[in-house]
Structure formats: C-alpha cells, structure tokens
Design a protein around this ligand. Structure first.
Ligand SMILES: [Zn+2]
Length: 254
C-alpha cells in the first residue's frame, strides 16, 4: 500500500482545528512516513531469503572452480602440441653405417631373406644381458629356423589379432640365461635407435620388450603411423620386418 500524505492531511485537518495549511501539512505529513518506516522495518526479514542464495553462490563457486581449472588445463593442452611440433624431428634420409651385416644403410631396414642367404648370412647374433646375474654376452639364432617359427605363428594367428599384437607378442618371454639358467632373463641391449638389432628382436619374438620410442622410431622410418597404441605399433613392427625379409609374401601385408 502506498501512503498518500494528502489523504492523511485531509483526514487530520478537522480534528486539529488549525486553519494554517502549512502547519497542518507539516504535522500531518512528516510523522506518518517515519512511523510507517519504523513499523515496516522489522517486517521484512532479508537475511532469510539471502541465506540460501549465498549458499547457492558458494555452490556455484565450488562448481566453477574446477571448471576454470579445467579451462586452464585445456589452454595448456592447446599449447602443448605446438611445443611438440617445434621439437618434431624431420625424417633423416642420409645413409647410415649398417650396424649389422643383415642391416642396410637405411634406418630401421634389413636385407631380404634372399639377399642374406645369397651372402651366406644364416646366423643372427645379438648382445643380451641377464637381469639376474648381469652377465653380458652374444647369443645366436639360426635365421631360417627362427623365421619359420615367426611365419608359422603369423599364419596361425593373423586373423584373430585384428591388426593388433597378441598377448604373446605384447608380453614376450625373454630367452633363458645360458650362464645362470634363469628363465625369462636375457634382455636385448639397445643403445642407439639407429643401431637396434631389429632382425634379432624379430627372430627372438621379443619386439614387445621395446619401449614406445623404439617402436615409434621403426614406424617413422617405415612409413607407418607412429602415433598408434603400443599393441598396434608392435603389430606394425613385426609385419614390417617380415615384409622386409620376404617382400613377395602377401601374408605379411598389413
Ligand atoms: Zn644369468
């Protein structure tokens, strides 16, 4: 209800008996609003409606906090690829010194089986280190015998692998140590990426022992997608090496 000072003044005028309209106005007009204010003051209780609203604001702040931090993280993530791209190294095309008689002067590339047999390369050696007795030495595999094992495994399992490495390839059992007899013990020694003994790893079927950077290196230099998951990279590395050895066999097509 709006207070009308004129209507109050008219009601009070006869009872006052005063003919001075200014005095009447002053007396009748000024007090009522003051009284109304003092009476109206306690009625509205503002803290009660405000309390839940502040709680909501707090809730919103709590919800907003992770959102803003997520936004910051997103911003950081947006910047990260740029940094990576800056570091990205170009594929080197200059010839290298072949690290083994069965390797070529191109990175991550081995000779064909025909070439190796024509050059009487039938035994493939590799340096290993026992994780139990720490002995470091070379072991040798018969090229044809061990490659036949790989080929038989691929024939039997390619269809069910769905272009991803099987558990057997993902978690390979390492060779047994010849010195201490410890099983699953001989780790292949890997120093430089370009000196990796890929054929040895293939024949031993221990490519799954390589960490991602070595697998990515192989896929980079054999024109495969190196950003795939590890099981895909291992699959590509096995098939890529088999294809290098026997380029005419469609069995090793990816
Ligand atoms: Zn040992």
């Amino acid at each position: 209800m709006k207070s009308d000072p004129h209507s109050n003044g008219k009601n009070d005028l006869p009872s006052n008996g005063n003919n001075d309209p200014w005095l009447t106005l002053r007396l009748s007009h000024l007090p009522p609003p003051l009284q109304q204010r003092s009476q109206q003051k306690p009625i509205p209780q503002y803290p009660q409606p405000e309390a839940p609203s502040t709680q909501c604001q707090e809730d919103r702040h709590e919800e907003d906090a992770p959102q803003t931090s997520q936004k910051r993280k997103r911003k950081r993530k947006l910047h990260q690829p740029l940094r990576k791209n800056k570091k990205k190294k170009e594929k080197k095309v200059d010839p290298i010194e072949p690290p083994f008689p069965w390797a070529t002067s191109t990175r991550a590339t081995i000779h064909t089986m025909d070439h190796l047999l024509a050059h009487n390369i039938t035994s493939i050696t590799g340096t290993v280190k026992c994780k139990d007795c720490n002995e470091q030495y070379d072991i040798a595999f018969d090229l044809q015998e061990k490659f036949d094992e790989v080929e038989r495994y691929v024939k039997a399992n390619k269809a069910r692998m769905h272009e991803r490495a099987s558990d057997f390839w993902m978690n390979p059992v390492l060779p047994t140590c010849e010195r201490c007899g410890k099983k699953d013990a001989l780790r292949p020694l890997i120093n430089k990426k370009r000196n990796i003994n890929w054929l040895f790893l293939l024949l031993a079927q221990i490519i799954g022992h390589c960490n991602l950077k070595y697998l990515k290196f192989f896929c980079k230099y054999t024109n495969n997608h190196k950003t795939a998951a590890k099981d895909r990279l291992i699959y590509l590395t096995y098939f890529g090496l088999c294809k290098q050895l026997k380029p005419h066999l469609s069995l090793f097509d990816c």
